[in-house]
Design a protein. Structure first.
Length: 109
């Protein structure tokens, strides 16, 4: 073991000035900060992945909002509003009957 330290001191003379206790504490501190701390590098990596996913969903929802705004602007006339209400919500005028025909071949399985 002493030969190992001597070889290290020959390769890196700066280590001769550093006490072994400080080196052990430094290595322990680095391991603690990388893996064991609640704000470790692994935790940061997971949080960064989550941030990227949230930013992607933000872009998607902003695109959907713009699309919906354009659709809302297209419903400025009463005829378009009436058509939308009839198709989407099956609304009807007074004294009017609505027949909904469902295709039997369609299944929701």
């Amino acid at each position: 073991m002493k030969n190992f330290y001597k070889n290290l001191l020959l390769k890196y003379p700066i280590l001769g000035n550093v006490n072994i206790k400080y080196l052990v504490v430094l290595v322990f501190f680095i391991i603690w900060m990388l893996f064991l701390d609640s704000y470790s590098a692994l935790q940061h990596k997971q949080l960064n992945k989550e941030i990227d996913k949230l930013e992607d969903s933000k872009v998607y929802y902003n695109q959907e909002i713009e699309k919906d705004k354009k659709e809302i602007k297209s419903y400025q006339s009463l005829k378009k509003i009436e058509k939308f209400a009839r198709e989407k919500y099956y609304m009807k005028k007074q004294n009017e009957d609505i027949f909904i025909i469902e295709d039997e071949t369609e299944t929701d399985n």
